[in-house]
Design a protein around this ligand. Sequence first.
Ligand SMILES: [Zn+2]
Length: 97
Amino acid sequence: MMTPSGRRSRANRAYKDSVIRPACEVCGYNYDLTVHHMKQACDGGSESPANKILLCRNHHGIADRLSREDKRIWSRKRMVHLIRTWERSAGQGQGVA
Ligand SMILES: [Zn+2]
């Protein structure tokens, strides 16, 4: 069950505008940002800012992977922590913007 994409992208834009200095919450990169929903709409996730985390494209890819493996990462703090842990363990130099 997905939100219609138009409504969804408007909500995402509003969220980005609400962040004073938009930057990836993991690395601080401020270009090509994307919004990741920690709790997917099909799992009852909402469009509220509490359910979103602003990420660069690179970290969004990692967040998607982590969310697929654990559908209960619902806190931004925890998501940032897990992404950093994942990067350290991957050790392939990706993610450093
Ligand atoms: Zn990043």
